[in-house]
Design a protein around this ligand. Structure first.
Ligand SMILES: [Zn+2]
Length: 151
């Protein structure tokens, strides 16, 4: 089976509806359908999928990463802390979870993986992300990710 290329998937021709869709469709896929089939594994698989995608996007700079997040409307991204071995990324208005009733666990593993993969691609350093705050998970203000970078 031939894989679907990223640029092909992002080509949209919907004359009346355009390229935007409802947040609900994504959430039903990510939070309801995937968890229904994969259970606890949905989180790890979503992280891995996001990480792989982030690596394959071929981003070259933080500005390109921010532009991508803006284009895909993942959320409003702020980076309050950036060092050689540590970056903190805050996602406001997270596509996965903002507005949900609090569920008591982190939800945004796909975003975490995507951010980690993007940063790894940009810096060339092995990067892992841990979601430390989550809007829909715990009622936090942001979905916050601690990124650890290793040479
Ligand atoms: Zn979130």
């Amino acid at each position: 089976m031939k894989p679907i290329e990223i640029l092909n998937a992002l080509k949209v021709n919907r004359p009346k509806l355009g390229k935007e869709t409802g947040v609900g469709l994504y959430r039903l896929f990510r939070l309801v359908a995937m968890e229904d089939i994969l259970g606890n594994g949905a989180s790890a698989i979503s992280y891995y999928a996001g990480k792989k995608l982030g690596l394959e996007l071929g981003l070259k700079s933080i500005d390109e990463f921010l532009a991508l997040c803006d284009d895909l409307k993942i959320g409003i991204i702020k980076i309050p802390e950036m060092r050689d071995d540590f970056i903190h990324v805050d996602v406001y208005e997270c596509v996965t979870c903002d507005g949900m009733d609090v569920v008591g666990r982190t939800l945004c593993s796909f975003e975490g993986g995507l951010i980690a993969g993007s940063i790894e691609s940009i810096t060339g350093k092995k990067t892992t992300a841990k979601e430390v705050t989550c809007i829909g998970g715990f009622g936090d203000e942001t979905c916050g990710f601690d990124l650890t970078l290793k040479d």
